[in-house]
Design a protein around this ligand. Structure first.
Ligand code: C5P
Length: 211
């Protein structure tokens, strides 16, 4: 039986994670949050006393990563997200994580992967590619609400600065920058709630898979 692969890329707090998880459950596919791999490498580098921007320290963390050691709570903080976007700019870190992602996607019945470069680099042959975007202010409001709901005390101006810095790093890095694949379908969730985004994405996927 052919496996199905669905790539969902987009910037921080675009809604891609919630959408990808829900699509995977609905379609009976496996789900991989590829950002959690970069977050875990960032956290592991910091825990080892290293600097996430240091290629040697970050590459060592990536090559010896045991993803099972990290709970979602360890990985969802802004600090983890920032460390992630620093290690993610290092080519040897990306190379170390590539195989894991491809092997995950290749297992039956297939998978939904969300990230930044799934449609462009990890799975260029994905059956469906969706690039999820939303206006900066909308994403900021979502991220603030998400962090507060998780019980974190945050300063909104700091989250704003961090998100802008992360957007810039992710979009401008030389390796696997955040850009839609040429054949990606663009879903702008700025004016959509989670249900509306799900309905739109599901219709698109059905049209691609049945084409
Ligand atoms: O999606 P999430 O916010 O968890 O990703 C954290 C960071 O990991 C991103 O800012 C990005 O720098 C990096 N990342 C990446 N490629 C991916 C997924 C995440 O570079 N496929």
């Amino acid at each position: 039986m052919k496996t199905i692969s669905i790539a969902l890329d987009g910037p921080a707090a675009s809604g891609k994670g919630t959408l990808a998880r829900r699509l995977a459950a609905d379609l009976g596919l496996r789900y991989l949050d590829t950002g959690s791999l970069y977050r875990a490498v960032g956290v592991a580098t910091l825990q080892a006393g290293g600097d996430p921007g240091d290629p040697a320290a970050a590459t060592k963390a990536a090559e010896t990563l045991d993803i099972a050691k990290y709970s979602p709570a360890d990985l969802r903080s802004e600090a983890a997200g920032n460390a992630a976007s620093k290690v993610a700019a290092i080519p040897s870190v990306r190379a170390a994580l590539l195989d894991y992602q491809r092997r995950f996607a290749a297992q039956a019945p297939g998978a939904v992967l969300d990230g930044r470069d799934v449609g462009t680099v990890v799975l260029p042959q994905a059956d469906v590619k969706i690039f999820v975007k939303a206006d900066f202010e909308v994403r900021l409001a979502r991220r603030v609400a998400e962090l507060r709901a998780g019980g974190q005390t945050i300063i909104e101006s700091r989250v704003r600065e961090d998100m802008a810095a992360r957007d810039a790093r992710d979009s401008n890095r030389s390796v696997a920058p955040l850009v839609p694949a040429d054949d990606a379908w663009i879903l702008d969730t700025s004016a959509m709630n989670a249900d509306q985004a799900f309905t739109a994405a599901k219709a698109h996927i059905a049209s691609k898979l049945n084409a």
